[in-house]
Design a protein around this ligand. Sequence first.
Ligand code: THU
Length: 137
Amino acid sequence: MDNNYSEIIKMALNSRKNSYSPYSGFKVGACLKDVYGNLYTGCNIENAAFSPSNCAERTAFFKAVSEGIKEFECIAIAGGAYEVKDYCPPCGVCRQVMIEFCNPETFKIILVKTENKYREMLLKDLLPESFGRLNIE
Ligand code: THU
């Protein structure tokens, strides 16, 4: 394992172990990297009332933003029920949170299967024609 993403991939896989997902049984872990190289982990956190549930990606973003960080480089995401079998692309709501803080041309989304098996995508490809801050200026 010698890629640039080895650390955030490992941390995303590790955060998945903290997933609180008794209702879906689907565990997701994420690790977000800011432009200074700091890492913020997240997992999905479900709720008996369902709608208060939060995705792993948003947990990581909200941790970072709540600490005053608003510039990001990339996020690694790993999801699966018992194990990570397939790539887990971020849901639409998480993509919308990403577009609030990230440059779609440069922000990278790393979809993880294993430490060595991953796919790298740009936010602009996952959320084209997005609605963002500039649209309401
Ligand atoms: N989930 C995430 O945490 N991230 C994603 O990218 C997709 C879905 C969570 C939400 C819910 O807790 C569970 O996975 C099943 O949808």
